[in-house]
Design a protein around this ligand. Structure first.
Ligand code: ZN
Length: 310
């Protein structure tokens, strides 16, 4: 497992190098979405606290709110002061134009997502996009998606669709060979968002671990797990052992962000100083990120005793 500090002072490492190293260590890179500076500060603070690398992600909606170039500039600035690797992903990119924008802005990877299209169209659009972004930056990593993992990192009242569109090893192999992607996002029981029962801690997501192992053997590329929020801890650990290299956590951060913001605002109705209101929010989200990072690196997870949020 990753010993604390083995990745220190390696910020010149590329994303590919870090993913390769973590794979040999039996660990996965934590991917955390940010929509504002509070979330970004929390993710970077968690990386610093745990001394583990992080993957900062922003979907099209998050990039639109933050500004793709502005986010890239901020991450670049934070990376220069970080002694653990920090990478930036353009999560769920649904057009060639948005992928090109992210590549030009300096993102380390682009999550190309045409998974809503029929397989052949998904292959064609993904291949075209991969070629375009690698022409801009040959070192950029391209992710492609197949299968249905739902939309929206939100709280859902009840389960949406069934899991009939799980990725098969054969289509994974065909998709990787036809598109030239570096990272594959399969559908293996994972799902975007969380059910109310998951937020309340009464239910957990479970993954098709055997399918992950079969897809890994067939596709022979890095595998990324979307919709990780609310997944059973043991399944995360086993999924990493089966071949998952990157794990996405978004909804858990959003829940912590909202709950801690509400608590902070309620504490003193006369408080109007933004950084006094927002500081506990950063701490609260940081605790979620740190706990997930430790789990993804095989460290035993214990309740944090350093929290400052009520
Ligand atoms: Zn996702």
């Amino acid at each position: 497992m990753t010993a604390n500090g083995t990745l220190r002072n390696t910020t010149k490492d590329t994303l590919r190098e870090v993913l390769t190293r973590l794979q040999t260590e039996g660990a996965a890179l934590g991917h955390f979405n940010v929509a504002d500076h509070v979330l970004l500060k929390a993710v970077i603070a968690a990386a610093s606290e745990t001394r583990l690398p992080v993957f900062v992600g922003a979907s099209e909606g998050e990039r639109e709110f933050f500004g793709a170039r502005q986010l890239a500039a901020l991450v670049k600035s934070l990376r220069q002061e970080s002694d653990v690797p920090v990478f930036l992903n353009a999560d769920h990119t649904h057009s060639l134009a948005k992928a090109v924008e992210a590549a030009n802005a300096g993102f380390d990877s682009v999550g190309v997502d045409f998974s809503a299209l029929p397989f052949e169209q998904n292959v064609a659009r993904t291949k075209e996009t991969v070629q375009a972004i690698k022409a801009i930056n040959p070192a950029i990593l391209a992710e492609g998606e197949i299968g249905d993992i739902g939309t929206g990192s939100e709280i859902h009242e009840s389960a949406q669709a069934d899991f009939s569109k799980l990725t098969t090893p054969e289509e994974a192999r065909q998709f990787v060979e036809a598109t030239g992607i570096d990272i594959l996002a399969p559908s293996v029981g994972n799902r975007h968002g969380m059910l109310k029962s998951m937020v309340e801690g009464k239910a957990k997501k479970h993954l098709d671990l055997e399918r992950i192992a079969q897809i890994k053997r067939a596709a022979a590329v890095f595998l990324t797990l979307h919709g990780g929020s609310g997944t059973d801890d043991e399944h995360f650990s086993k999924a990493i052992g089966s071949g998952i290299n990157i794990i996405h956590i978004n909804t858990e951060l959003r829940v912590a962000w909202r709950e801690s913001l509400a608590a902070s605002l309620a504490r003193d109705s006369n408080e109007v100083v933004p950084y006094k209101i927002l500081r506990p929010v950063v701490d609260s989200v940081k605790q979620v990120v740190s706990a997930r990072l430790r789990l993804f690196h095989g460290e035993s997870v214990r309740p944090s005793a350093v929290g400052t949020v009520a």
